[in-house]
Design a protein around this ligand. Structure first.
Ligand code: ADP
Length: 475
């Protein structure tokens, strides 16, 4: 039961309220008891004062010590107080005890010298609260003639104890009742406040990969629970987008894989249709199958690279090397491709460009850019590659004299599987056919190095791609 927030909230709430109520009751009870005793003692003291005044009067009128004591008692009316007057030797001179009251008496041993009033509680025959009385004793000296008296006044505590008992009963009845009402109220309040959480949990439980488009209900977007739901919904939106991207990737990938497989299948079927063929025909068929296998291999390697990059499992093997040397090597490797189309590769590179990065990945990035430049440049064209150091960055520029990229396609060329001329690329055979992953991989490599890859310019005269990489501070 304590595992539920609702129960814990209710228990805390009721517990704190119980503490407050108990503290309140004890304080009120204590204050009232003190007040009642004070009032009672004030009454007792007034009676002593009145009796002393009468004793003085009687003595001044010439009565004897004992007569004065009697007169002082008979001339007063004490409905609740029992009064006793003693001489200095503690012999009783006169006493008045209302019916049912505890007689006033002295405390033994009595401090003779004291003239200050002394208060104490005396119990009757049975030591019950009903028989108890509050007593005040004071030694007074009546002048003239100098006569010391000891006056004791007492009043039963019955009324006070009855009032306090009533208060105790009131508290004993109301505090548990208040706690019960507060507990039940608190339970319902907690249930109502937590209802949106339960609803959110139910909705969240129903959400799976199949229905990621579902969202949690937001009762009040301004309160804490509303904000929680909104945050959760934002998370769902990001997951949904990511899943959609993955699905698209899978769909595009299987589409791309299907074409070379179909070409290979058809080639084999057609070639084997006749029982025998010329050797040249077999060679041609095998050449087609070989090219398609090459294409497939490249596609699988590219997809593998991107899948690893997405999963964050392609760590960079960082090392120091000279970027200009890497660019020269890559240009030499691309030369084979360029020579077939009689495309010239011209380089202008800043020397000793010390760089810190993953050499293999950066080689692939440059190769992708150079291959594209050569691929989309007509025969006898030119591809230019420059390297400069600028504002703490290396800027690699690859410029071609190809036909350029259509304006509406320029913002998409870095997307996965995007190709400007889809039909041509997919059916084309050999080196001319890419799957549209080259630039996506190149851009990821630049980003992984805290750099950037952009298409700086493209029109009918050619395209310019710029890769920026952070350069080390020392040189
Ligand atoms: P692919 O492997 O098909 O070349 P990329 O991701 O490298 O895929 O390029 C995506 C698309 O961008 C290409 O299909 C092509 O249409 C266009 N493109 C890339 N580089 C150039 C370029 N230098 N000149 C013209 N078009 C280009």
């Amino acid at each position: 039961m304590l595992d539920s927030v609702r129960s814990r909230l209710t228990l805390w709430y009721t517990g704190v309220l119980a503490l407050v109520l108990i503290l309140f009751s004890v304080s009120v009870y204590g204050l009232l008891a003190r007040q009642l005793y004070r009032r009672l003692e004030g009454g007792l003291y007034t009676t002593i004062e009145g009796t002393a005044r009468l004793l003085t009067q009687e003595r001044q009128e010439g009565e004897s010590e004992r007569e004065a004591a009697h007169s002082a008692l008979t001339e007063q009316y004490f409905p609740h107080h029992a009064v006793a007057i003693f001489d200095e030797q503690e012999h009783l001179l006169a006493a008045h005890t209302p019916p049912g009251s505890v007689p006033a008496r002295l405390l033994t041993p009595w401090q003779q010298a004291s003239t200050r009033p002394l208060f104490f509680t005396a119990t009757g025959k049975q030591a019950t609260a009903k028989g108890a009385a509050r007593v005040t004793v004071q030694r007074v000296v009546v002048v003239p003639p100098q006569t010391p008296y000891i006056i004791a006044v007492s009043q039963s505590l019955e009324t006070v104890t009855a009032e306090l008992a009533l208060l105790r009963h009131i508290f004993a009845g109301t505090v548990p009742l208040a706690l019960m009402v507060a507990g039940i109220g608190g339970w319902f309040l907690a249930r109502t406040s937590l209802a949106p959480v339960v609803e959110m949990a139910d909705s969240a439980q129903r959400i799976s990969v199949e229905n990621l488009a579902q969202r949690l209900p937001i009762a009040n977007p301004r309160d804490e629970l509303g904000q929680l739901a909104a945050t959760f919904n934002a998370l769902l939106a990001r997951l949904e987008a990511s899943f959609a991207q993955q699905r698209q990737f899978m769909a595009d990938a299987s589409h791309e894989l299907r074409t070379p497989l179909a070409v290979m299948h058809t080639t084999a079927d057609v070639t084997l249709q006749r029982p025998s063929r010329e050797e040249s025909e077999y060679r041609e068929a095998l050449a087609i199958i070989g090219q398609q296998t090459q294409r497939l291999t490249r596609l699988v390697v590219e997809m593998f690279t991107l899948a690893y990059a997405d999963a964050g499992q392609r760590p960079l093997h960082l090392q120091a090397f000279y970027l200009d040397e890497l660019l020269t090597e890559t240009a030499r490797a691309a030369q084979v491709l360029a020579a077939r189309k009689n495309v010239a590769i011209v380089t202008a590179l800043v020397p000793e460009a010390l760089c810190y990065g993953d050499e293999e990945l950066l080689r692939q990035m440059i190769l992708n850019l150079l291959e594209n430049a050569i691929k989309y440049t007509p025969p006898d064209g030119q591809v230019q590659m420059t390297l400069v150091r600028q504002n703490g960055q290396y800027r690699i520029t690859v410029t071609d004299t190809g036909g350029g990229i259509p304006v509406d396609a320029q913002s998409h060329i870095f997307e996965r599987f995007y190709r400007v001329d889809k039909a041509r690329s997919r059916t084309a055979i050999g080196h001319g056919s890419g799957a549209g992953l080259g630039l996506a991989i190149a851009r990821w490599i630049a980003h992984a190095h805290n750099g950037a890859l952009t298409l700086a310019h493209s029109d009918a005269t050619g395209s310019v791609f710029v890769a920026a990489l952070p350069a080390p501070a020392f040189r």
